[in-house]
Design a protein around this ligand. Sequence first.
Ligand code: UDP
Ligand code: MG
Length: 312
Amino acid sequence: MMDKLLSIVLPSYNEERNISKATERIGRILREENIPYELIFVDDGSKDHTWLEIERASERDPHVVGVHFSRNFGKESAIFAGLSNAVGACTAVMDCDLQHPPETLIEMYRLWEQGYEVIEGVKRSRGEESALHRMSAGLFYRIISSAVKIDMSRASDFKLMDKKAVDALLELPERNAFFRALSAWIGYRTTSVEFDVREREEGESKWSTWSLIKYAVTDIVAFSSAPMQLVTIAGVFMLFFGFCLGIQTLFRYFTGHAVEGFTTVILLILLIGSMIMISLGIIGYYISRIYEEVKGRPKYLISKKVGSTRGE
Ligand code: UDP
Ligand code: MG
């Protein structure tokens, strides 16, 4: 049975009301389809009773495995912890708030059986969002798409991957891993299935505007050095500007009108000063990311585990 086993990774942060629901709903569908499975809930340092719910679910249902983080490490870390604890021949990642429909999972599994190694869940619709949110998400995905060279505008974290692809992902040494883009970066025989994002039934989304901005900046920096090249482009632009202004200044000097132009000096100091500071900031941000990577701290720390489907 192990060679058909489907592991499902469910990152969970403050999802006490979704654990048993997800266990039942996903379990029912997979049993109907006769697919052997395990559910790996990764409790990302929840502040509510999520872990208690996972323990209970695992007592009731031997398919449930739980991993508990020592604190909140973020969804990306939770995904990677789940992947490295999965024993299946293929592993799926989905949200435990049931926004990713379990029916699509079946479709993905069938495609895996046909020999596909990475099956990406693609959003048919983006669900309810404000105009501002849609615009900034659009900008973010344009930058990321050009960095990965694959259209990411409808990408999601809902995927199913063959063990080979999972192992390839786990071998990547970087700390700051952006799962959504890395799964495309590794290549392999890839296909996609469309799904409709469902409304969240219980609890609320964990994303504030600020955390989304932080997430976007981190991921862009993790995948692209384009912002640093902006510094060079700005420099070239300033050089050109300086050249023109230099000619004008010299011309004035030789025609005897050199005292004027104090406004220009002030404006130039302000402009150049702010550009240098922004540039240093961008470079500094990359250095801080390099510093994070060099420190080599683990992506996450596991404090507790429950259940095991190993050797069944
Ligand atoms: N999540 C997590 N750690 C976090 C934030 C979220 O593991 O720090 C999980 C959360 O429990 C859910 C999934 O990531 O299963 C998606 O989160 P959410 O529903 O809040 O995001 P949205 O669906 O609104 O994008
Ligand atoms: Mg959600």
